[in-house]
Structure formats: structure tokens, C-alpha cells
Design a protein around this ligand. Structure first.
Ligand code: ATP
Length: 264
């Protein structure tokens, strides 16, 4: 059998498989489990939303998967391969994260050129100039932004740079932690549309953390609702749109969610 057929057969349709994830903070008698037995499977090319009240453990799930916190147990498999807690270079590239606050996630004294070219050098990409220019075009900024600094950009433009930085490493999976909640309402939709377009074009897999049900309704196929570190309900977005959640907590979340407009 040709090796390319083998490769196709071996490729898992599940891009990210998290099973019985527990994440711990603190030491000794102060140690506590912030994430409890969380299991999530996301198909390649899918978009999965994690919603829930503040402190329910959503960001901690992403931080464990991305390697930013390492005190966890359970299994996390990427494209069918279980990952170790030590962040290996290839795995760092495969999973990229975009954070809530573009003001904090870009170095204030580094030009956009430096911000974008350093990760490329680290991961030994070639044609760095061309890649930086293309990445700026891909996120709708254009090459004139290359030698600017973060303070010369609006919040939305900075988040576009943060998205470009994640995308240019050609990841399979993007972890999006409240990617629009620090932005003016007027630019939130632009950034969400950009992220949706990019996912379709590049067949990326998204895990999106948000407290905003309108955002998951727009962006995701499936959602998990978290409360006190646990998943209390998994449902497809259509069920949520029809306001038919099974769990009382999810119903409360729907009712409490300001700005959520079920589509007609
Ligand atoms: N670095 C840390 N050290 C200690 N505790 C932490 C740390 N990060 C998060 N926690 C705790 O873990 C729990 C889950 O926090 P997490 O940030 O994952 O919640 P969240 O659902 O993402 O909330 P939010 O929507 O406010 O960002 C909370 O009790 C939080 O206080």
C-alpha cells in the first residue's frame, strides 16, 4: 500500500481529544482542582465553544492544552497523538492560542515586524519577509503596518496582529480565549467574521472560550457549558438556539446572558 494511503488511514478525524482532564492550582493543603474530569472531542475543522460563568475553569482548560499550565492529569491527544506536558516545538506550532487582551499579548516595544518574525525564526521557517507580509494581508491589515508599534494601532488592529502571529505558524488548532471581549463592540463582529473566514479557508479547528452566548451561536457548531470546573452539558448550537438545554444551569445561563438573541 502506498505510504500516502497509510497516512490517510492513520489520520484521526478528531483534531483534539481531551479525556478526564483535571487541572490543579496551589500546593499542599491549598491545592485545589480547578478543572474536574473534563472530556471534550473536537473533529478536525470543527468549532467548539466553552461557555460558563466567570471562574468556571474555561481558560484553565485552554491553558492546560496549550502547555501554559502543567499541573494536570488525564489525556490530551492532538490529531490522534497523546501529548506530553513538556511543550515540544512541533506541538507548540500545531496549537496556537489567541488571548483576550491584545494590549497585553503584544510586546509594547517590539515592532509588528519583530513580533511576527521572531516566532518564524524560532520555528525555522524560510522566506520570513514574504511570510510576514502575507500574514498582514491575510488578517486585513496590509504591509504598511509592518514597521509600526502596538501603541500606533487600535485594539482591533492589535488583535489582528495577534491572530496573524498565531496563523503564520500554520497551526491545525486555534485556542481562542475571549478573543473579542476586550474590544469595542463596533469591532467585535469584524474580528469574529475574520476568524470564521480563516477557519473555513484553512480548515482549522477552533476551541473558543467565551461568556457570550451570541458569540458561540455565531462561531461554533457545538458547545460545552462549564460550572465549578465541570462540564454540566454538551449540546449543539442548534439546540441552544432553540433554547432547549437539558440542564437547569444552562437554562439560567441562557436567561442571564445579556445580548443573546436567538435567531428566528
Ligand atoms: N494561576 C492561577 N493560580 C491559582 N488559581 C487560579 C489560577 N488561574 C485560575 N485559577 C482559578 O481557577 C479557577 C478557574 O479559573 P479560570 O480562569 O479557568 O475560569 P474562567 O471560566 O476562564 O473565568 P473567566 O471567564 O473569568 O476568565 C478559578 O477559581 C480561578 O480563581
Amino acid at each position: 500500500m502506498p505510504s500516502s494511503d497509510n497516512a490517510t488511514l492513520n489520520k484521526s478525524p478528531i483534531a483534539l481529544d481531551i479525556q478526564n482532564l483535571n487541572v490543579y492550582f496551589g500546593e499542599g493543603h491549598e491545592k485545589f482542582r480547578a478543572v474536574k474530569d473534563v472530556s471534550i472531542s473536537v473533529e478536525a475543522g470543527g468549532s467548539f465553544g466553552l461557555v460558563g460563568e466567570s471562574g468556571s475553569g474555561k481558560s484553565t482548560v485552554l491553558r492546560a492544552v496549550s502547555g501554559l499550565v502543567t499541573n494536570w492529569d488525564g489525556t490530551v491527544a492532538v490529531n490522534g497523538e497523546p501529548i506530553s506536558k513538556k511543550r515540544e516545538m512541533s506541538y507548540c506550532r500545531t496549537i496556537q492560542m489567541v488571548f483576550q487582551d491584545p494590549y497585553a499579548s503584544l510586546h509594547p516595544r517590539h515592532s509588528i515586524d519583530r513580533t511576527l518574525s521572531e516566532p518564524l525564526r524560532l520555528h525555522k521557517f524560510d522566506n520570513i519577509d514574504d511570510r510576514v507580509n502575507q500574514a498582514l494581508i491575510d488578517v486585513g491589515l496590509g504591509t504598511s503596518f509592518r514597521f509600526r508599534y502596538p501603541h500606533q494601532l487600535s485594539g482591533g488592529q492589535r488583535q489582528r496582529v495577534a491572530i496573524a502571529r498565531a496563523l503564520m505558524l500554520e497551526p491545525d488548532i486555534m485556542l481562542l480565549d475571549e478573543p473579542t471581549s476586550a474590544l469595542d463592540v463596533s469591532v467585535q463582529a469584524e474580528i469574529l467574521n475574520l476568524l470564521s473566514d480563516i477557519r473555513k479557508k484553512r480548515q482549522l479547528t477552533y476551541i473558543l472560550v467565551t461568556h457570550d452566548l451570541a458569540v458561540v451561536a455565531h462561531m461554533c457548531d457545538e458547545i460545552a457549558v462549564m460550572s465549578h470546573g465541570e462540564i454540566v452539558e454538551v449540546m449543539d448550537v442548534e439546540t441552544m438556539r432553540q433554547s432547549k438545554p437539558q440542564h437547569e444551569y444552562t437554562r439560567e445561563l441562557l436567561e442571564a446572558s445579556e445580548g443573546y438573541q436567538p435567531e428566528a
